[in-house]
Design a protein around this ligand. Sequence first.
Ligand SMILES: NC(=O)c1ccc[n+]([C@@H]2O[C@H](COP(=O)([O-])OP(=O)(O)OC[C@H]3O[C@@H](n4cnc5c(N)ncnc54)[C@H](O)[C@@H]3O)[C@@H](O)[C@H]2O)c1
Length: 349
Amino acid sequence: MSRPYRPHRARAPVRGHGDAGVAGLVFGGMGTLDGRVVIITGAGRGIGREHALFMASEGAKVVVNDLGGNIDGSGSDVGPAQEVVDEIRAMGGEAIANTDSVTSWEGGQRMVNAAVEAFGDLHVLVNNAGILRDRVLVNMTEEEWDAVISVHLKGHFAPSRWAAAYWREKSKEINGPVNAAIVNTASGAMLGNPGQTNYTAAKAGIAAATLVMAQELSRYGVRANCLAPLARTRLTLQTPGLGDTVAPPEDPSEFDKFDPANISPLVAYLSTADCPFNGGVFHVGGNEVGLYGGWSLDGDQIIAADGRWTVEGLQSLAPRMLEGRGKLASITTHINDTFKGFGQRPPTV
Ligand SMILES: NC(=O)c1ccc[n+]([C@@H]2O[C@H](COP(=O)([O-])OP(=O)(O)OC[C@H]3O[C@@H](n4cnc5c(N)ncnc54)[C@H](O)[C@@H]3O)[C@@H](O)[C@H]2O)c1
């Protein structure tokens, strides 16, 4: 009989990062990612930083990419990427910094080249970099739309394109599968979050693009999966109404559901050489991991006409498809559902 799952505790705490960090990581010894070469975009802060520290502690050699800009994507600073690299090296791990923008076509290629030049190979690409420019549709500017679409959607495409090209060549060379992985970052906002037409469209696009990557790249032995995380970072702290929700618990001995470090074990798992998942879109946060069902077509609910439909025919028969549906006809779960019962489910047996 299986036992209730208990989260792995580090063998001997060596450090703590305060409430935004990963206490108790241990470097050295056997790790689940030993020898894996990993690029993580947007790894200078927030969730990406936690991925970098955690995956390095699991034995990965890490390219820490971060442009170091502001929440809205403006500005740049080499500091955040280099600081994470320094932290990893100080603890005996291996890492290099890359400060290219994920929106840059050449930057995507440079990241991949940097991994191969520094560490001799590439096994995992974690696309994580992100920005926000929230605005209701009626007020959104062209620039706000373009910036968010560019960082998220093109920012997933460009590094993935160059990593895929590298893996195709390697697969030809070794005449076999490369055992590599792409982990993308969507958001619960992909279900449709008011005030975020740009972000919702980009994140839904990332989830959909993951399914194409998963199908096209499997022939080379590359798996692609996607996360929809929930965590306390500067992005959620500045979102109206969310700051209080994601605050750390008053009692520091309580489990911190919104610690961004809670996301990283799933990313590491999806990055392991023998992980069975491909084309998964995961809800992840706190002590929870789940799979999204995604868009689906319910064949039982399709209505058919005798030839082409007429407007009158649709007026008469189409409303029956709304039966059992919520306010948004095609959405069976709302973004708020990701918070319902969050962190209160008993450990799975
Ligand atoms: N925090 C959450 O609850 C949450 C929820 C859903 C999705 N996400 C997604 O998780 C990812 C990480 O977000 P976070 O919350 O850690 O935010 P964050 O702002 O703390 O970190 C994002 C990092 O990406 C970097 N970045 C931005 N634009 C870049 C570019 N063009 N090139 C390279 N780096 C760039 C930033 O400098 C920053 O360090 C994002 O894709 C975000 O949309 C976060």
